[in-house]
Design a binder for this molecule. Sequence first.
Ligand SMILES: NC(=O)c1ccc[n+]([C@@H]2O[C@H](COP(=O)([O-])OP(=O)(O)OC[C@H]3O[C@@H](n4cnc5c(N)ncnc54)[C@H](OP(=O)(O)O)[C@@H]3O)[C@@H](O)[C@H]2O)c1
Length: 272
Amino acid sequence: MTYLVTAATGRAGRHVVAELLRKGEKVRALTRDPASANLPPEVEVVGGDLTDPASLAGAFDGVTGVHLVVQGGDGYATLRTGPDIAVLAKRAGVQRVVVLWNGDPGPVEEAIAASGLPWSSLQPPDFMVNTLSWAASIKATGGISEPFGDVLSAAVHEADVGAASAALLVREDHSGQAYPLTGPEALSPRRKLAILGEAIGRDLVFTELTENQARERWQRAGHAPDLVDLLASWAKNPPASAYTVTGNVERLTGRPARDFASWAAEYASSFR
Ligand SMILES: NC(=O)c1ccc[n+]([C@@H]2O[C@H](COP(=O)([O-])OP(=O)(O)OC[C@H]3O[C@@H](n4cnc5c(N)ncnc54)[C@H](OP(=O)(O)O)[C@@H]3O)[C@@H](O)[C@H]2O)c1
């Protein structure tokens, strides 16, 4: 069977691809730039832009299941093309969709649900790999400046997101069920920095930013206004689902969720 992976070149998407291949499935990967996709040779790479339904013609043909992200474009704006995507998928005979949310069920989820396509929703609060954004500062200054240093998040390893999506995609029971997907513990940014310090053998310094300073930084990074608001609200006052540990990684994949210390050991060289 063939599975279409959107955002296949992304930090989680690459793991969805790898896990499907490991299961012996065929993978079609969607990217806006096939020439620089850098995916395994057995993957069928197709060009397409999720914000431009006309560019997706053919992408869904012969596809059993779709791993679907809900954002597109360089500013990570929420997709407005959910209804078009649902029509294309349905018309092509797609049997199930695994939606990777973005912190809040939105118009893509609504469109997929309204279409009658069987679907499930993966709901991670935060990927461990986001911490890579600290690397330059840690290397240059021996620390980081971040807002809300004591707010907890049960970040999940992106490889576990990939494994969970692949596990769901090959299953046939999809009824709009949501799977909050977390790592095995809730940690604050301050605690994560300490764990990273242990991994690289260095004491690292945490400096707390104000919310306004953090918003300015996210705007400078080119994030869309709705993403800046979402990041600020999650960082300041996260919903319980952001820090409540679930067993869904193990339930879906049969393996315990990876912890942040393992992630830090795996990526230590990026912080040295
Ligand atoms: N990071 C987190 O903590 C977190 C938490 C919860 C949910 N999520 C969700 O997870 C998703 C994947 O995150 P990630 O970190 O794996 O991605 P990423 O590394 O930031 O990469 C973005 C991906 O989106 C693709 N993309 C962007 N705009 C596109 C468009 N218009 N049409 C087609 N593809 C497009 C890119 O593909 P090309 O550049 O190859 O076209 C790339 O593969 C995000 O969209 C986000 O909604 C993330």
